[in-house]
Unconditional design. Structure first.
Length: 251
């Protein structure tokens, strides 16, 4: 059976973007990509199912958007490993090209790079500095699961990369039993919000226990039916609303 997707923004993975685009698949294989005005005639082919994208974006061939491009998280104590060091250097030199391509595809939204804490920061900062482009749309994200490291990363910013926005792109209190998680999440959120002029915010990890990674079963705030797994979600909600109320009171 063939499926014909119409009226969308099609990103072909080779740098091509087709507004008002269409894509035809057959047996799980991409058969054609082009404008809806051209491929739309294929709607009359036998055994074709038509899907109207309604302006949504289609990225054929994209399987996993959550990838560790550098082949694993780099740790400072691996500087003595020439293979790990070479991999980290290669990744940092490649990243400016990657984010520029993403920005070219969607220039109206920021691009967020998410680091394992700040493991690659020195290399990345040097690579972007060498390119000479400011890239005000680029946001540096840090995934942090330690209360101590969260305080260190947020407390030292923006000295690590002057002028660059910081987002805590993942945070959770690792190593805590369920009964202690609400306090841990509230504590981490308080740390993030102590630097409102420097840190854009934070994203709690993770929403549901039935996510794609094994750790989601441990860190999920709700179960597959949307029921909170413990008091962490309520604690985060309360902390967020309290912060919003304080911000409104100041203005």
């Amino acid at each position: 059976m063939a499926i014909l997707f119409l009226n969308g923004t099609v990103i072909d993975g080779n740098g091509g973007v087709t507004e008002g685009g269409a894509l035809l698949t057959s047996g799980g294989t991409i058969g054609a990509v082009g404008p809806t005005t051209t491929l739309g005639a294929r709607r009359h082919d036998p055994d074709v199912t038509v899907v109207d994208l309604g302006g949504r974006t289609l990225m054929p061939g994209l399987i996993d958007t959550h990838v560790h491009l550098a082949g694993g998280d780099f740790e400072p104590n691996r500087e003595g490993d020439p293979v790990a060091r070479a991999r980290a250097d290669a990744f940092a030199s490649f990243l400016p090209t990657l984010v520029d391509r993403i920005h070219a595809l969607d220039p109206h939204h920021p691009v967020v790079y998410r680091d394992a804490e700040d493991a690659y920061l020195g290399r990345i900062r040097a690579a972007f500095g060498a390119s000479g482009d400011e890239r005000p749309w680029l946001v540096y994200g840090a995934n942090v699961y330690s209360a101590r490291r969260l305080q260190e990363v947020t407390g030292a910013w923006p000295a690590q990369w002057p002028g660059r926005p910081l987002l805590i792109s993942e945070f959770a209190p690792a190593g805590m039993v369920p009964a202690d998680r609400p306090l841990g999440f509230a504590r981490d959120w308080a740390t993030i919000r102590t630097r409102p002029g420097v840190v854009l915010g934070g994203m709690a990890y993770t929403w549901s226990t039935n996510g794609p990674e094994e750790l989601d079963k441990v860190f999920g705030l709700v179960d597959p039916d949307g029921v909170p797994t413990d008091g962490a979600l309520d604690a985060l909600g309360t902390a967020y609303l309290e912060h919003q109320a304080l911000a409104r009171a100041k203005h």
